[in-house]
Design a protein around this ligand. Structure first.
Ligand SMILES: [Zn+2]
Length: 249
């Protein structure tokens, strides 16, 4: 018996040939490639399960394969409790590691808004320190959003400066492949609008906000004819789905 490499050079070009795959396996080759290829060719669910079982034994650390095997088992025996609980266990572990990677190990990070505002000369480092020291209702300023609001309210920056800094931050995030978090980032990421359009829309949103007029980003984009009502609704729905998909919903 010999262990083949993966992919297996002996069956290259013959992965659709069931007789050839079987012959290769009957010769005693421990061939992951052949078992996987065979599992795709067989139509009977039991045969498929058996092929995947052999493949799973040859690659015990391949989680995708373990999942495929367990799913095949459940097709044959829907009440197989052991398979079901093993499958749930793998899925839960995966879900946890996904959440962990996106939320606890977000490295490298995009710069904070305050740092960007300083780097573009919108405020001085001393002004940033003062504002950050400032406590609002006894709560320290912890979010970029609140920092932006406070700077605007104190007249330290203009809406367009803030919008510019937010765009720079968005571009850094997308370069660092940090998943889009807000609708605006998503729209740029998916090429619905350009970063320049987002910058204009954000500036407009902030300007109106200062006058006490609250509009969503979508409403502003439509008002400015940057996107149609139909398209923004579709994009918002997609964004919501993409957002929840990270949590396995
Ligand atoms: Zn082989």
């Amino acid at each position: 018996m010999s262990q083949c490499t993966f992919p297996c050079p002996i069956i290259a070009g013959e992965r659709e040939n069931m007789a050839r795959l079987r012959a290769h396996l009957i010769e005693g080759n421990q061939c992951l490639d052949a078992w996987l290829s065979l599992s795709r060719l067989v139509t009977d669910v039991r045969q498929r399960r058996d092929c995947l079982e052999r493949a799973a034994v040859l690659a015990p650390d391949n989680e995708e394969l373990q999942v495929a095997y367990l799913e095949a088992v459940l097709l044959v025996e829907p009440d197989n409790k052991a398979a079901l609980s093993r499958l749930n266990e793998i899925r839960t572990l995966r879900l946890l590691s996904d959440v962990k990677t996106t939320h606890f190990h977000e490295q490298p990070r995009a710069r904070l808004l305050g740092d960007i505002l300083v780097s573009i000369g919108a405020i001085s480092p001393a002004e940033l320190r003062d504002v950050l020291k400032n406590q609002h209702n006894g709560t320290p300023i912890t979010t970029d959003r609140r920092l932006g609001q406070l700077l605007l309210r104190q007249g330290l920056i203009t809406p367009s400066k803030l919008a510019h800094a937010l765009i720079i931050q968005q571009q850094e995030r997308s370069r660092l492949r940090i998943a889009p978090q807000v609708l605006g980032e998503y729209l740029v990421d998916q090429n619905y609008i350009t970063p320049q359009q987002l910058e204009l829309a954000l500036a407009e949103q902030l300007r109106l906000d200062q006058k006490g007029q609250r509009y969503s980003l979508g409403q502003i984009l439509v008002r400015l004819n940057m996107i149609s009502q139909t398209l923004i609704e579709r994009a918002a729905k997609e964004h919501e789905q993409a957002f929840w998909a990270k949590y396995g919903y």
